[in-house]
Write a protein that binds this ligand. Structure first.
Ligand SMILES: Cc1cc2nc3c(=O)[nH]c(=O)nc-3n(C[C@H](O)[C@H](O)[C@H](O)COP(=O)(O)OP(=O)(O)OC[C@H]3O[C@@H](n4cnc5c(N)ncnc54)[C@H](O)[C@@H]3O)c2cc1C
Ligand code: SF4
Length: 344
């Protein structure tokens, strides 16, 4: 590990100024990702600014009926919050499916969103990696690609984004509140992470020194929702494929019709993948297996699997259709309720 300076920030504005002024400074939240990278030599900051004393630890109701979650709320606290469990069950489930209890107690909402890819070559400084060292090449292409992208990748990087929580936030249309040197700005979570293109070293649209202060959830929407994660082990493993979905079914007519659907996928792209093509097929359609598979196929039409992850196309197709079948059945039987969680 390279030597670095350490400062503990007293307030958010001060933290932003300190990091903005030093090109190689970074924020330290729970440290569960950053400290690993310091040890591996993947991150080599000259200053670490500890944000653990910042008062960004509240979950608060918003006037519009939504919820504001401070960036320093720990993942386990957010997952256990009664309002999140009741009104945004897919978020609670996504958080609980990530890492281990001990890690979730340390990990924060802001840090979880900004955790970096688990691509093994990114974490191995002896191998070329465009994300770690721009222009050095991509060792994953032609290498080990079981966990890599099938959608939206580029010739420069085929990595996936690892966060479960971010997939649920994407299906929920959350907003990321960010404080920078020139003030506050709000970014739809769907626009926070980038596809790799020819700049894979840039994970997000954040400027250096911008601090995530909160996540905002819109008011709860009707329908049934869940988060389903498929992984190599029952726990303590990153997603091969995951699906966050909410479906609202209109049961008033002679046959049920899907009124609205929101779907996001994890483990398949460089960012949490909003499945807009699948949603378009579902909207106004009858909920049946043919519709669900057509929705999955519409989304996967653009899939470009690699030698080591062709199975993911079929796995994603199956995961989308299974989740939709469960949710539409639940939504139809609980049409009166606002939100309903289903269980894996
Ligand atoms: C063994 C293991 C298994 C895991 N399994 C999973 C899993 O299955 N699913 C999953 O989703 N995650 C998993 N994780 C990842 C874990 O969830 C993340 O490490 C954690 O959420 C990161 O949060 P943190 O607060 O510790 O961030 P840190 O490590 O402190 O920071 C991560 C990055 O975010 C930046 N940062 C932190 N907070 C802010 C902020 N407020 N504003 C701007 N920048 C900020 C830091 O500078 C750093 O670059 C796993 C981790 C480990 C070690
Ligand atoms: S996939 Fe991306 S992160 Fe992995 S080696 Fe290639 S450039 Fe690096």
């Amino acid at each position: 590990m390279n030597p670095f300076d350490y400062e503990r920030a007293a307030d958010a504005a001060g933290a932003v100024t300190t990091v903005t002024d030093r090109p190689d400074a970074v924020f330290l939240a729970g440290g569960t990702n950053l400290v690993d990278h310091l040890k591996l030599g993947v991150a080599e900051p000259d200053l670490v600014v500890d944000i653990n004393r910042l008062e960004l630890t509240e979950v608060e109701a918003l006037d519009d009926g939504g919820l504001r979650i401070g960036a320093m709320v720990r993942n386990s606290d957010a997952a256990a919050d009664p309002r999140i469990r009741r009104d945004y069950p897919m978020l609670s489930r996504a958080l609980l499916s990530g890492a281990s209890g001990q890690l979730r107690n340390a990990a924060t909402m802001g840090g979880n969103l900004l955790q970096r890819t688990r691509c093994v070559y990114f974490q191995d400084t002896t191998t070329p990696c465009n994300k770690r060292e721009p222009g050095s090449g991509c060792s994953a292409i032609g290498g080990y690609t079981r966990y890599h992208a099938i959608l939206g990748a580029s010739a420069d990087c085929v990595a996936t984004h690892p966060s479960d929580m971010a997939v649920a936030l994407t299906a929920l249309d959350a907003t990321v509140v960010v404080l920078g040197a020139t003030g506050e700005r709000r970014i739809p979570v769907t626009e926070l992470h980038r596809l790799p293109g020819d700049r894979p070293e840039q994970d997000t649209v954040l400027e250096h020194g911008e601090l995530i202060t909160a996540l905002e959830l819109p008011p709860p929407r009707p329908g049934a929702s869940t988060y389903r994660k498929i992984r190599d082990r029952a726990s303590y493993a990153f997603a091969l494929v995951s699906v966050a979905a909410r479906v609202d079914v209109d049961t008033a007519g002679p046959a049920p019709v899907i009124r609205e659907a929101a779907i996001a996928l994890g483990g398949v792209a460089h960012k949490p993948w909003r499945a807009g093509a699948a949603e378009a097929v579902l909207r106004g359609a009858e909920p049946n297996q043919e519709t669900f598979l057509a929705a999955a196929d519409a989304e996967l039409e653009a899939a470009e699997p690699l030698a080591g992850n062709r199975f993911k196309v079929q796995m994603t197709r199956g995961a989308i259709s299974t989740v939709l079948a469960e949710l539409t059945a639940a939504a139809a039987t609980t049409a009166e309720s606002t939100t309903e969680d289903t269980h894996e």
